[in-house]
Design a protein around this ligand. Structure first.
Ligand SMILES: C[S@@+](CC[C@H](N)C(=O)[O-])C[C@H]1O[C@@H](n2cnc3c(N)ncnc32)[C@H](O)[C@@H]1O
Length: 218
């Protein structure tokens, strides 16, 4: 069943650890690199843009809590998750998921560790839930001031946008992403060479786009 978000008519289809290989690339390559790079400031900013019902942001939080616990406990970590739909954000904030949603791609080990049963549903534990701040943002509109991001996940939204909207949104992302920061798109989305500044880099069988502003290129 494809769930539609009534407001935008863009499907809100998502899951925990959607496209598992992306999370492997983050765990093995991108996060270790960002941790080395930000070691002095001890701060990491991540944005799950168009987060739908929150599974993507909670997957990031679980991955970090599981693989980099010292960083989670001793650094300033911000995971911002945004969507245009109040309906999906309500569920995301609640952290409550059906059996079907939880059993879809979430490894059982992580389900046992980070969820508890509530009737027929599952609830994300507080440690993970409190790592994510949800906010309503319409990516067709000018963005409010946001912290500079080390990593932006903008997956499975651009395919629904016309070219001018896509270009406008990517310019907005370029404004908030740090130089050398990373952008992740959906599996069927690519950036054409017409969008300068984002350089495709293959890590663990996944393409990540590294933001290299033109003034940084010699
Ligand atoms: C297909 S889901 C993608 C969810 C998640 N990023 C993933 O890949 O699993 C697309 C999401 O984009 C949201 N969306 C649609 N139009 C938007 C807009 N103008 N600004 C922000 N989010 C929007 C929808 O509400 C929906 O939750």
């Amino acid at each position: 069943m494809i769930l539609m978000n009534r407001m935008s008519q863009i499907p809100s289809e998502t899951s925990f650890f959607r496209d598992f290989q992306v999370f492997e690339g983050l765990r093995k390559q991108i996060f270790p690199e960002l941790l080395r790079r930000n070691y002095q400031q001890r701060q990491l900013n991540i944005w799950s843009a168009a987060c739908s019902r929150g599974q993507e942001a909670y997957s990031l939080a679980m991955l970090l809590y599981d693989a980099f616990p010292l960083m989670v406990h001793h650094w300033t970590l911000q995971i911002l998750a945004s969507d245009v739909s109040d309906e999906v954000l309500r569920q995301a904030r609640s952290g409550i998921y059906s059996d079907l949603e939880v059993k879809r791609r979430l490894p059982p080990r992580l389900r046992e560790r980070y969820f508890r049963r509530q009737g027929n549903d599952w609830v994300v534990c507080d440690e993970i839930r409190l790592m994510v701040q949800f906010r309503r943002l319409d990516l067709r509109q000018p963005l409010p001031p946001l912290p500079k991001m080390d990593l932006v996940l903008l997956r499975n939204l651009l395919i629904y946008f016309e070219v001018p909207e896509r270009t406008h949104l990517l310019h907005q992302v370029a404004e908030v992403i740090k130089p050398q920061g990373y952008l992740v798109l959906g599996a069927s989305e690519t950036l054409t060479s017409s969008f300068e500044g984002f350089r495709p880099i293959l890590r663990d069988e996944t393409v990540f786009y590294q933001f290299c502003p033109l003034e940084d290129v010699v």
